[in-house]
Design a protein around this ligand. Sequence first.
Ligand code: ADE
Ligand code: ZN
Length: 347
Amino acid sequence: MTTATADHLRRLPKAELHCHVEGAARAATIAELAAGNGVGLPVADPADLFEFTDLNQFLEIYDVVCRSLVTADDFHRIAYEACEDGVAAGVRYREMFFSPGFVLKLGVPIETVWAGVSAGVRDANADLDITCRLILDVDKPSGPAHAEEMVSFAAGCDRELLLGVGADSVERGIDHAAFAPAFEAAARAGLHRTLHAGEDGPAENIRIAIDVLGCERIDHGFRLLDDPELTRRVADAGIPLTVCPTSNVVIAHVVPDVASHPFDTQRGQGVRVTVNSDDPGMMRFDLADEYVAVADAFGYDLEVMEDLSLAAVDASWAPDDEKSALRRRFLEEFDVLRAEAGLPARG
Ligand code: ADE
Ligand code: ZN
């Protein structure tokens, strides 16, 4: 068994499918943007806000952070910096959520959000060793009509960059099936579909995401194993879960530590699990940290960690030729890193 060092896992090439641009923002950037926009924060250093008791309280803090984001330049900056920080964690490919619902409520137009986020990602793709694309995450509490508006906006965006739609924010008290018209419209527009489900809500929300909303991936899916029949179906259909183990510990508080997370059991039951950071800025824990946490918690050797990295490439919505190229590149880089560490090639 070949265990990898933390440095090896940091440098391991990775793909990330569940990361929110607002939650990836640096605390120092949020402080600067808030000051520049004349927005008061309840603390001098936003990092002091980043202790969470549960998902709903986390989302209240998310709301505070989002108040600092006003201009297209603000969105450009957080998108670009999120890609820079991704690169430092070994992320070569990312599908990144942006959640306009939080700022739309404050009067920031969707056009401003999209102009900034899309330009930030385009610039990062040109300047840095990363390919990043975007997923518009609908704010569930803003309701089904808002979701339909967001889908219709997404349908008109540059589809090279905007791959699909999801829905995030609170899960408890939400009628997930009510989003069916929006998700049907997304499917008709050729947009990919995913949903935050079974994070701190029941496995039933995962079932609705698949059977009613036609989702191709599930974000979190923490509660999947509660429903053995659904688990079988998810495994057999190869529906990927974008799991965020540390987020489930420190944000949703649904598990005391990563070792107690159902990730390993889900994987053992044939579910296509991937490893993701969720909100690396607000958690001060990036995807490289997450790989180390998962390897430590479950005793995974280097080959398993490489497999998990490739699983995220396979579960991505990148065009097939790009996926094949990413796979080839990752395999080459795996062996370069192995050779540097004096380890045998992957074979
Ligand atoms: N938005 C950002 N992070 C989230 C999470 N972990 N759950 C739901 N909505 C979110
Ligand atoms: Zn999330």
